[in-house]
Design a protein around this ligand. Structure first.
Ligand SMILES: Cc1cc2nc3c(=O)[nH]c(=O)nc-3n(C[C@H](O)[C@H](O)[C@H](O)COP(=O)(O)O)c2cc1C
Length: 391
């Protein structure tokens, strides 16, 4: 199967709908394909400041098996697509097409946000088991993806420094004419609708002009992260849902809201306050992949204790499930390492010596990891995830 490169040095994410069709989202801008998600499971090397040897951590955690779907079949491509927009399609037709596509995707409301090195297949599958209705892959590199079959078997990852040099992601906000031409080019040449994910500008008018420009250029689905490019610490800076609401009111294509979705009450409030068609969550899902199924960490348990119910699962259970998925759909150890830190962060705070021992492992094994979870349980860690008791 041949991919034709439209341009050379950009990256994209893939938005996977619950029926396994894929939605390729260019990192400002986006394009869409339908694909077997198993294809996107092996990972490439990236910079990583783990204690363990980077080389060991870049190895896959298991041998890929036959069920990995490592070959893309031509007829799998573009099944979520529609006829090409072509350069002359009217604004009205574009809007209709955007909504038709959104409906075809099943109007997913609970979405796993794109996360470099973190939204790989086993993690997406875990989130989907616990309520997520769609998921983005991490950022992929479009030139390598189009040119090299081996790379198409890998999720290509990057970091902020590379993003700046390569003019990726939020760094494209410095060059809006380039963004416009990219989205136009993609939208008029691809038969799959193009989606974009943006951050907001400090000035609301700039954000609205940006969003309208993307819509006019042919974007069919717009995810808005309600923080500016400089607002890096998502835990400290609240996302601006008012700005997302203003975008939703200013454009006519479907809009997804992103930022500050930490539990299901946030999902509800975010949908109500922004009027968005769905929400994306990132950081909170890393700690609690069962968020979209209504589970909360103690931090977000409902204030009054009589409204909390022990959900009978904890982050150790989720990590075990994730590890089993990794055995089936192998990823590099460094991704597993990152997920262990996120899911067991609170457990490690109680028993830091277990974290130190984990960090000291230059070569991880599944046996070590399952034992480590048991060890923490034997040490008495009890941190259930909660659900809200129904009245
Ligand atoms: C580990 C990590 C990796 C990320 N990688 C990407 C990426 O590849 N592409 C992207 O558009 N956003 C990326 N993001 C940003 C998230 O998609 C999301 O916009 C941001 O974290 C805000 O959502 P939150 O408040 O739910 O965390 C990443 C976030 C995290 C935490």
């Amino acid at each position: 199967m041949k991919f034709k490169p439209f341009f050379t040095n950009l990256s994209f994410n893939i938005f996977i709908k619950h029926n396994n069709s894929l939605y390729i989202k260019h990192k400002n801008p986006t394009f869409l394909l339908s694909q077997n998600p198993r294809f996107f499971m092996a990972q490439s090397a990236t910079l990583c400041d783990n204690v363990a040897s980077v080389e060991e951590d870049d190895n896959l955690c298991a041998n890929p098996t036959n069920n990995l779907g490592l070959k893309i079949e031509k007829d799998e491509i573009l099944e979520v697509g529609s006829p090409r927009l072509g350069p002359n399609l009217s604004g009205e037709s574009r809007i209709e097409r955007a909504w038709a596509h959104w409906k075809k995707l099943g109007e997913p409301k609970l979405i796993v946000a794109p996360m470099v090195d973190n939204s790989e297949l086993p993690f997406r599958l875990l989130c989907r088991k616990y309520g997520a209705t769609a998921a983005y892959t991490p950022m992929l590199h479009s030139r390598i993806f189009t040119e090299n079959e081996k790379y198409r078997l890998q999720e290509f990852t990057t970091c902020k420094r590379i993003a700046r040099r390569g003019n990726y992601g939020a760094f494209l906000m410095n060059n809006l004419p380039l963004v416009k031409s990219l989205v136009e080019k993609l939208a008029s040449n691809l038969s799959t609708p193009v989606s974009c994910k943006i951050r907001v500008f400090p000035d609301l008018e700039d954000t609205l002009n940006y969003a309208k420009m993307l819509e006019d250029a042919g974007c069919a689905l717009l995810a808005v992260h309600g923080r500016t490019r400089d607002e890096k610490d998502g835990k400290k800076v609240r996302a601006n849902w008012n700005a997302i609401r203003a975008v939703k009111n200013a454009v006519r294509i479907p809009v997804l809201a992103n930022g500050n979705v930490r539990h299901m009450d946030d999902v509800q409030s975010c949908l109500e306050e922004t009027g968005a068609d769905g929400v994306l969550s990132a950081e909170s899902l890393l700690e609690n992949p069962a968020l979209f199924a209504g589970f909360r960490t103690a931090e977000w348990a409902v204030n009054s204790s009589d409204r909390n119910e022990n959900g009978k699962i904890d982050q150790g259970t989720l990590l075990e499930e994730y590890l089993k998925l990794c055995e089936e759909y192998p990823v590099p150890w460094r991704m597993i390492r990152a997920h262990v830190h996120k899911m067991l962060g609170e457990w490690f705070r109680i028993h830091p010596h277990v974290r130190e021992d984990f960090n000291g492992q230059t070569k991880l094994t599944f046996e070590y990891l399952y034992d480590m979870i048991n060890r923490l349980r034997e040490l008495g860690v009890e941190k259930p995830l909660y659900v809200k008791r129904l009245a």
